[in-house]
Write a new protein. Structure first.
Lengths: 206, 206
DNA sequence: GTCTATAAATAGATAGAC
DNA sequence: GTCTATCTATTTATAGAC
């Protein structure tokens, strides 16, 4: 939130500040993954970080800003991951890799739940330049890969590209992962591969 | 909640009571679909029904009971729908019909959102005989159809039947529907067919 | 910036008259 | 059973000392 990224080398104090805010966001991120925005309380966040609630409000001006920071960080990490996806890969494999990344994040309990349609968080996110810019940038890159995959015939060309994009995003909050994990019958690796398979190949036999 | 289903013919008063409770559950159902359990308030429910909050508590003992009643009603309706699915249909088509039913419910804004992992509602549902019995009964019937479909080779036999079941359930809270609907590019019918297609056939070309 | 203490608003739930 | 009025606990957010 504070400008820790000036051009000059960050001072020790600034580094401490940045580290603390990282810790805050990490706690928020976990709580958002566990119980979602509405059920998460600022008291819990403060307790998890180990600081007073009032101190939290020196860093972030509201509960919504707190959550938004976590959402932005996830998007930033997604962008970093996109950068690591080999450009030589066929577009379908790139998309697979991205979905796999979101599944791993979920299995690690680090995927914040999407705000519900009517949440106060939603309005803040839609108004956040940072969040929307990152979301657009990610969507553009994925959209390019989707269309390339459709041109080469590896993704069903009859599907609207937007529908494909949303379907990929939806994997980020797929409750199936939690159910299967709670069942205890499968390893995380097996679960991820299962869901990845049903996403791209469907339930029907091929 | 109250026993409106005695063996004797229900009196006028009992019918009024049942109708009121139906109206309450309908309002709760819509609110659960719109914003989920955590964000829904009892005040909103009372306002939507047009009665005082205290009156609500004469019918249902807590917010959780209120929501549970709505969840149970959805399961009851699902059971009724299962009964109407022609027994002559191939198992894959039966499963398709069920998913289609849940998609229609969602598009109508009448599918209550699943409680988050850590919600107080979750505990109440797990402890509710009514809810769990219905859920088990539905799961058993769907499980039978899934296994039959796998035996005849129309559903991928390599997938664990439970994974298939959860995947079907997950369609009941698929955020893609909301996104596509908000986009305004497609009719409800098109959206339902799109999601149905990606569920059974996957994103990849066939 | 961090803390303790508290304000202000809202939530779920209940009392008691009718 | 329905209402108004109220209680109690919780929650977001802030004041003010250090």
């Amino acid at each position: 939130m504070h400008a820790g990224t000036t051009l000059a080398r960050p001072s020790f104090k600034e580094q401490m500040l940045a580290a603390r805010e990282e810790a805050i966001i990490t706690a928020v991120n976990r709580l958002l993954a566990e119980k979602g925005f509405d059920a998460m309380t600022v008291d819990e966040v403060a307790a998890a970080v180990g600081i007073a609630k009032a101190s939290l409000y020196k860093h972030f001006t509201s509960k919504e800003e707190l959550a938004a920071a976590a959402m932005v960080r996830v998007l930033s990490r997604a962008q970093l991951f996109l950068d690591t996806v080999s450009s030589g890969l066929p577009p379908l494999d790139k998309l697979r890799a991205v979905v796999r990344w979101t599944l791993d994040l979920q299995l690690a309990g680090q995927m914040p739940a999407l705000p519900s349609q009517n949440s106060s968080l939603r309005a803040v996110l839609l108004a956040s330049r940072d969040y929307m810019d990152k979301l657009m940038a990610i969507s553009d890159r994925l959209g390019g890969w989707i269309e390339a995959a459709q041109r080469e015939g590896s993704i069903n060309p009859q599907l609207p590209a937007l529908a494909v994009l949303y379907t990929l995003y939806a994997r980020g909050c797929h409750p199936v992962l939690g159910f299967l994990k709670a069942g205890g019958q499968h390893s995380d690796e097996q679960i991820a591969e299962l869901v990845l398979g049903t996403c791209f190949d469907g339930l029907r036999a091929r």
